[in-house]
Design a protein around this ligand. Structure first.
Ligand code: GH3
Ligand code: MG
Ligand code: MG
Ligand code: MG
Length: 315
């Protein structure tokens, strides 16, 4: 069957190429009570192929943000009937951090004092009306590029360089949060420890690069079988870990049994040479056990899978 990249992975790669700010999917919101001003800004933005959204008030802007949580940039007018620009910026910032959303305050009056208040309210930047198109473009591009940089740094901090699944650091921080959330909701969690069998022999027989190809293959197979809300991570050399929710023990066993079979039946194509490999898996499905205890239990089960001859799943 076909291996597919996770959708969020594709999204990240797009960002890595640094094209996000020119991408028509980049959502920009213009908040101003003046229709003619909004239209003027829309004309400026049209050149950049953004997905432009409009709001005539703070209340409308919050509704747009709720509907478009992937909003990248908001241009916020100071003086509007109802909620003013500062209150809107504070509220938007409460809902979306500086790593996700850039906010530029805009006003015709006041200059320096207003810019400071905008920034203290959580804006990244400030524009005085009227402005030059050049300044407008420069500030917008700069702020969107900053979001790209943050996304790149985050990607590198969270991901394993070779396989692009999450790394050990991310697993323990985000996994701890996910596990705590499931515990609060009284939902069971599933932890799986996976270790490639006789991996040293694969390296010794076919070379280190072939070993790397096997690791990538395994990572892709794993990612393709889990939801974005589950965490798939490479936590050691040839060891992977999954933290999943919404799964009963029998479902988990079946799912990992299918994964084990798929791996055993699908050799990796390494420069035309098929390399077969197998994996041993240990599972723990529980409610009320700490994440550390679940990992220890899954590891114990993994050890049993190895002991009974590898290429097996133990729960
Ligand atoms: P077992 O079935 O008991 O798990 O045996 P094993 O050979 O898989 O386990 P062992 O721990 O002895 O070997 C793991 C090997 O993984 C040793 C190490 O060189 C290799 N390894 C670790 N990281 C990487 C990597 O990034 N790329 C490659 N190609 N090999 C790696
Ligand atoms: Mg106004
Ligand atoms: Mg190992
Ligand atoms: Mg191994």
């Amino acid at each position: 069957y076909v291996l597919k990249d996770g959708p969020e992975n594709v999204d990240y790669v797009v960002r890595l190429l640094g094209r996000l700010h020119r991408n028509p999917q980049t959502k920009v919101l213009v908040v101003d009570d003046s229709r003619s001003y909004r239209q003027a800004v829309l004309r400026l933005l049209a050149a950049h192929r953004y997905h432009v959204l409009e709001a005539a008030s703070g209340e409308e802007a919050l509704a747009v943000l709720a509907e478009h949580p992937d909003l990248k940039l908001a241009l916020v007018d100071y003086s509007m009937p109802g909620m003013d620009g500062f209150a809107l910026v504070r509220e938007m910032r409460r809902r979306s951090g500086k790593d996700k959303l850039a906010i530029i305050g805009v006003s015709a009056v006041g200059g320096a004092r207003l810019s400071a208040r905008f920034i203290k309210s959580g804006a990244n930047d400030y524009l005085n009306k009227p402005f030059l198109a050049e300044e407008f473009y420069t500030r917008i591009t700069q702020n969107l590029e900053m979001l790209d940089h943050i996304a790149q740094v985050r990607y590198m901090a969270e991901r394993d360089f070779l396989t692009r699944v999450f790394n050990r650091r991310y697993f323990f921080s985000a996994g701890g949060q996910l596990h705590a959330l499931l515990t609060r909701r009284s939902q069971p969690a599933t932890v799986a420890m996976l270790d490639i069998d006789n991996f040293k022999a694969i390296n010794d027989t076919y070379g280190h690069e072939a070993g790397d190809a096997v690791l990538k293959h395994m990572a892709q197979l794993l990612v393709s079988r889990f939801r974005a809300s589950d965490i798939v991570a490479r936590i050691g050399g040839e060891e992977f870990c999954v933290l999943a929710s919404d799964m009963r023990a029998d479902q988990a066993r079946l799912l990992f049994e299918e994964l084990r079979t798929a791996i055993a039946e699908t050799p990796v194509d390494f420069d035309g040479q098929p390399i077969a490999y197998t994996v041993s898996i240990g599972l723990c499905c529980a409610l009320g056990l700490s994440l550390d205890d679940m990992l220890r239990e899954a590891d114990r089960m993994l050890y049993r899978s190895k002991a009974v001859g590898r290429n097996s799943v133990t729960l």
